[in-house]
Design a protein around this ligand. Structure first.
Ligand code: MG
Ligand code: MG
Length: 441
């Protein structure tokens, strides 16, 4: 099985993409190998746009989408089969595999791209190519474009435009097919299990990294390729550093442990879950008060996910619950509406409540189109992840109370992955528990 999704899914995506391109030809390059150090490379990970349209998991490839041609609308340039290279670096599909397994109408060795690109683009009404990201392919595209501009006056055709393929493609990627949702469910299931395991093993005296090891071992045991992103295993005040990934401290009794970790099933379908619990099994009064508040905000925000709603509305719901609660706890003073308007809570809650989830963990797709927030539709998937982070890293806004030391060093986030359905939502990560009772032991 060359791809994680049936070949028909990729074929349908290409058909939709070709239709939306109108008469414009698209050039979508694969990702290159990236050097880690010396002659070692990072494990290969395909360009998500290229993967979305092809399912082809090799570097040194370029996909052409040519709606202006009758017979060869999907052309792949790929690394040619070569025994020596395959002995060192592994199997390649080659041009025959590109046609037989990946549905290309035609395939050529990547070495022929410079000679052939101009000809393939001839007759298109424009070229869709993402400038600034593909330094090897970009000069070839610009050269082909230049040649077409040179020919335009004589051919009598209007000059070609160079446009970005991203808006079209990312709009398509925002809506997940049933088969994609199935893979996301599996990534979320494995990720949720790892969080349950982590809570069972975490105890004072262990290091954050030992807990990280339990989580990541479970990902791989369950068949996932690895982590979707650098796992955050943050005890106590470390949880107030949003992108903490050192994971090198000891776990202390009396502190909370925040874990933000998810597996990547096959490099392209990811879970993204955060849970926070007391390391010694019991919340302190302050920890419990803030945990209950974040949980209330998170549950209200999850309930605000549904068709016709917006990510902005989900965020607004979480912020309102948090601000009301922080006022009751004396961590904010003033009118709720004014506090929200002025952002007077941002020293305690400084990030948005979620992001699209898909092939990329922070997936592509617009949140607003001009003045209008994008409305949620069935098939869209987003995270819902409010939190509170009480430390003195950020200044307390003027007019707000200084933070009593008893609150400091408490960082809490609760994050679920939520798919929009026809009538509401499906919490893909529901099997990771989050009630106060479940967090204690
Ligand atoms: Mg996360
Ligand atoms: Mg997230």
């Amino acid at each position: 099985m060359p791809t994680a999704l049936p070949a028909s899914v990729y074929a349908q995506r290409r058909a939709r993409f070709l239709q939306q391109l109108g008469g414009v030809a698209a050039v979508i390059p694969a990702a290159p190998l990236v050097t880690h150090h010396a002659d070692c490379e990072w494990p290969f990970r395909q360009n998500s746009d290229f993967w979305y349209l092809t399912g082809f998991d090799e570097p040194d490839a370029v996909a052409l989408f040519l709606p202006h041609r009758q017979d060869s609308q999907f052309v792949l340039f790929v690394a040619a089969k070569e025994p020596t290279a395959e002995v060192w670096h592994g199997f390649r599909w080659g041009t025959e595999g590109a046609v037989a397994q990946f549905g290309a109408d035609l395939a050529h060795p990547i070495s022929e791209l410079p000679q052939r690109l101009g000809e393939y683009l001839q007759g298109a009404e424009g070229i869709a190519f993402r400038v600034g990201k593909h330094p090897k392919v970009e000069p070839l595209v610009l050269q082909a474009w230049g040649q077409q501009l040179d020919r335009a006056p004589r051919s009598g055709k209007a000059a070609l435009g160079l446009v970005a393929p991203c808006p079209l493609l990312h709009e398509l990627r925002l809506r997940k097919e049933a088969e994609e949702l199935e893979l996301l469910r599996e990534a979320c299931r494995i990720s949720a299990e790892a969080h349950e395991l982590a809570r069972q093993v975490a105890r004072p005296g262990l290091s954050e990294r030992q807990v990280q090891a339990v989580i990541e071992q479970h990902f791989m045991e369950q068949g996932a390729r690895g982590t979707a992103y650098g796992s955050i295993v943050a005890g106590g005040d470390n949880a107030c550093v949003l992108h903490y990934t050192a994971n090198s401290a000891r776990l202390n009794a009396g502190e909370l442990l925040l874990i933000d970790a998810g597996c990547s099933l096959n490099d392209y379908y990811n879970g993204d879950i955060t849970r926070t619990f007391p390391i010694d099994g019991r919340f302190s009064g302050e920890q419990r008060a803030l945990y209950e508040l974040v949980l209330a905000a998170q549950e209200a925000a999850v309930a605000a996910v549904g068709p016709g709603q917006t990510a902005e509305g989900v965020h607004g719901t979480a912020v309102r619950v948090l601000v009301e609660g922080l006022r009751q706890l004396g961590l904010l003073v003033g009118e709720v509406d004014g506090l929200i308007e002025q952002g007077a809570y941002r020293h305690l809650y400084m990030h948005r409540t979620g992001h699209w989830l898909g092939l990329d963990v922070h997936d592509v797709g617009a949140y607003r189109l001009g003045e209008h927030p994008v409305q949620l539709e069935p098939g869209m998937v987003l995270t819902v992840e409010p939190g509170l982070y009480v430390s003195d890293r950020l200044p307390v806004p003027e007019g707000q109370p200084a933070i009593d030391p008893r609150w400091k060093g408490i960082g809490i986030r609760i994050e679920d992955d939520v798919a929009v359905t026809d009538h509401g939502r499906e919490v893909l990560t529901a099997s990771a528990l989050k009630s106060v009772a479940a967090m204690e032991r």
